[in-house]
Design a protein around this ligand. Structure first.
Ligand SMILES: *Cc1c(COP(=O)(O)O)cnc(C)c1O
Length: 472
């Protein structure tokens, strides 16, 4: 390893940043990456190449270095947030942004984003108004609650509730050991409790908790009874826990609030949409005597990322008066999206462009909607060199909700001679827009329940482009 490389040393053959930028010319201009970022990426890649050479690696010629840099820039460009076609069959796919927003909601976001709005301005008096006044009212109506409030997500909602209700001498939260759950994405109930400053008082066992267990745990330090919906797993067999009504009765007798973290946030009876079990709704648990419930905005509700709290007016007012509420409040884009989502439910449309997109996706029928689309797609792709079949699949709710719900669905099953399923999947991820499917036996499957009907043309174009790549 020479400290002063001669002109022919491998290190000295690594091109200068400027030379690479010039050679990139068109590649850079046509891509989405801003020039300072490109420059920085090039600098880092050249440094990595030099470090490799010092370790004895071959850098290759200029063309090889350029292709390495182009691959890196393509990868960085792909990491930008961008639309993808979800062919996984997982409706609330956390990695793919959970619930998609329908056209009405997207338009509401666009309108709110594109200019000023009366976010905190009272148009009657011309004075300062309440942020989210309308959306809180609409959500309260939807949950049949006295009042509602909105924060960033359901985790934030639970932390705010615990912060408000469990403090000082009364900071114990009574919770069944069967509900000490991890929801995913780092949401672990015991850790959320700890973060909020509350002290966990576990009762019962993993599979069985009785009302007497709760009763015994209640003392002068008890702040509230908490119930957490087991969103993402099921327990079967020798299991028991008191009903919500029984817990509510106990809470009332003891003068304690009963809080339920419901998570998934179904607003319509899920069993009425498709052949899946009933998921408890906020309105139902409140009717059973729960004082406060919190749900996610972007799970079964099908709205934007948000945490919705509904329940007793005095409790909700207390939450809104917490300094923490200010730190967790939502911006105008989220509130605009949530307002439109709530209105879509309240208007009560069904199965059209004016009803919540997620409910339409759940309700799409196999024979009436999905199969005809699949057949049209398969016909269109005939003779292009792809092996395309229409298959039957199982879609899922996802997002850590309703793990048992198997939703019958229809798939496009793809294979290409000479390509592994992994290779096919990789190439589809590189298409514009990226298409994400799932592997099954010898085919890559694209579940049409999660592909929006208006994306069918785009999907066909992506697959046709893939076919032309397969020919070459
Ligand atoms: C998903 C879920 C959460 C977390 O919701 P986020 O909106 O993702 O913060 C909390 N509790 C339950 C029961 C859930 O299912």
């Amino acid at each position: 390893m020479a400290d002063h490389p001669s002109t022919s040393s491998p290190l000295s053959r690594v091109p200068a940043v400027e030379k690479v930028l010039q050679a990139l010319g068109e590649h850079m201009a046509s891509g989405p990456l801003p020039r300072p970022l490109v420059t920085e990426e090039v600098r880092e890649e050249l440094a990595a190449i030099r470090a490799g050479i010092r370790q004895g690696e071959e850098a290759g010629d200029f063309d090889r270095i350029m292709s390495r840099i182009r691959a890196r820039l393509d990868s960085v460009a792909r990491s930008r947030i961008q639309p993808v076609i979800n062919g996984t069959g997982v409706l609330i796919h956390t990695n793919l942004g959970r619930s998609p927003l329908g056209p009405g909601v997207a338009q509401a976001v666009h309108t709110a984003a594109a200019g000023y709005c009366n976010l905190e301005f009272n148009l009657d008096t011309g004075e300062r108004g309440r942020r989210g006044g309308y959306v809180d009212r609409a959500l309260a109506l939807l949950c049949r609650a006295e009042a509602a409030a909105v924060v960033n997500n359901c985790a934030a909602a639970l932390i705010l509730i615990l912060r408000h209700l469990a403090k000082g001498e009364r900071n114990e939260v009574v919770l069944s050991r069967g509900e000490l759950v991890e929801i995913g994405g780092g949401f672990r109930v015991p850790e959320i409790l700890e973060t909020s400053g509350a002290v966990l008082r576990e009762v019962g066992t993993t599979n069985r908790t009785s009302l007497a267990d709760y009763e015994r745990a209640i003392g002068p330090r008890t702040a509230l009874l908490l119930k957490v919906h087991r969103s993402n797993f099921y327990m079967e067999g020798f299991v028991d826990s008191p009903s919500t009504e029984e817990l509510a009765g106990l809470a009332k007798k003891q003068g304690l609030p009963l809080v339920e973290d419901l998570g998934s946030g179904a607003m319509l009876p899920t069993e009425s949409l498709c052949a899946i079990p009933h998921e408890p709704m906020a309105a139902e648990v409140l009717a059973k005597g729960v004082d406060l419930v919190c749900i996610s905005g972007d799970k079964l509700l099908g709205g934007p990322q948000a945490g919705i709290i509904a329940g007793r007016a005095a409790l909700v007012a207390g939450l809104k008066a917490e300094p923490l509420f200010r730190a967790l409040r939502c911006g105008k884009l989220i509130l605009a999206a949530l307002q439109e989502t709530a209105d879509e439910y309240l208007r009560g449309g069904h199965g059209d462009a004016a009803s919540p997109l997620l409910t339409n996706m759940l309700a799409a029928s196999v024979d009436g909607d999905l199969l005809p689309r699949a057949k049209r797609l398969a016909k269109r792709l005939k003779g292009l060199g792809l092996d395309v079949c229409v298959g039957r699949g199982t879609a899922r709710c996802g997002g850590g909700t309703m793990p048992k719900a198997e939703i019958p669905s229809v798939t496009i099953d793809l294979s290409v001679a000479g390509w592994s399923v992994g290779e096919l999947a990789r190439r589809l991820r590189e298409s514009h827009p990226p298409v994400i499917g799932y592997a099954a036996e010898d085919a890559l499957r694209i579940d049409l329940r999660t592909v929006l009907p208006e994306q069918d043309d785009l999907l066909a174009e992506c697959l046709a482009a893939l076919a032309s790549g397969a020919d070459s």
